[in-house]
Design a protein around this ligand. Structure first.
Ligand code: PAN
Ligand code: ZN
Length: 196
C-alpha cells in the first residue's frame, strides 16, 4: 500500500462514483479481515472457524486524500461484504469518537443498517442508497450488511474525531443483528440474548 503523508490538501474536487463505490483521487485504503474482528461476534467458535477457513475480507474502507487532521472533513466509502458468522450479519468493528463529534453517512449501494449506542440507549437506522444516517455526538456506531450483496456507504466526519475501538469492546453496542428464518434480520439484546 502507498504511504500517504498526513498533511493538509488544497481545495480540490473528488470524484464520487456511486456505481463503483470509489473516490478519486484516492487516499489510504483499509481492509478488515475476519481475523481483525476478534471479540466482536457472539459465537467465538464460529468466528475462529471463519478465520481458519480462509480468513475472508469482511469490509474495506477507501478514503479521499483529505487527512484526518483537526478541522478537516475527511470522507471515506466503506463496503461491507454480504455474509454472516454464527448467524450474525457481517459488520464493522464499530467505534466511539473520543471527543464525541458527530458524523454523517450516505447509503450508496446495497442494504444495511446503522447501529448506534450511547451507553444506555440503542438505535437502528435502516440504510439504503440515498438515505443519510446522522450520528449525533456521543453515539458509538457500527454498520451492518443485512442484504445479500455488498453494502456501501459514504462517511463524512471531523478530521479530529478519532476512533476508539476499545469503547465498543468494553461496552458493546446494546444489540446484535442476527439473520432470521425468513431471510430478514432480527435484534437481540447484547447481554441477555433476548429479542430486542
Ligand atoms: C467510518 C468507519 C468505517 C469502518 O468511516 O471508520 O465504516 O468502521 P470501523 O472504523 O468501525 O472499523 C467512520 O465512522 N468514521 O468515523
Ligand atoms: Zn465514526
Amino acid at each position: 500500500m502507498t504511504e500517504y503523508a498526513i498533511q493538509p490538501v488544497p481545495p480540490m474536487s473528488i470524484r464520487f462514483d456511486a456505481g463503483a463505490a470509489t473516490l478519486s483521487p484516492e487516499g489510504p485504503t483499509l481492509t478488515r479481515r475476519m481475523s481483525d474482528l476478534e471479540g466482536l461476534f457472539r459465537d467465538g467458535d464460529a468466528w475462529r472457524t471463519a478465520v481458519a477457513d480462509g480468513d475472508p475480507v469482511v469490509y474495506s474502507v477507501v478514503s479521499s486524500p483529505v487527512p484526518e487532521l483537526d478541522r478537516e472533513l475527511p470522507q471515506s466509502i466503506t463496503t461491507i461484504e454480504a455474509g454472516s458468522t454464527g448467524g450474525e450479519f457481517w459488520m464493522t468493528k464499530g467505534h466511539q469518537h473520543p471527543n464525541h463529534q458527530g458524523e454523517i453517512y450516505l447509503g450508496v449501494a446495497g442494504v444495511g443498517g446503522l447501529l448506534m449506542f450511547d451507553g444506555t440507549d440503542t438505535r437502528w437506522l435502516d440504510m439504503a442508497p440515498g438515505v443519510i444516517g446522522y450520528i449525533p455526538p456521543g453515539w458509538a456506531h457500527r454498520s451492518v450488511n443485512v442484504g445479500d450483496a455488498p453494502y456501501s456507504f459514504l462517511a463524512v466526519y471531523p478530521g479530529g474525531a478519532g476512533h476508539d475501538y476499545g469503547w465498543v469492546l468494553e461496552h458493546g453496542m446494546g444489540r446484535r443483528v442476527l439473520a432470521d428464518a425468513a431471510g430478514g434480520h432480527r435484534f437481540v439484546d447484547c447481554r441477555t440474548g433476548e429479542p430486542a
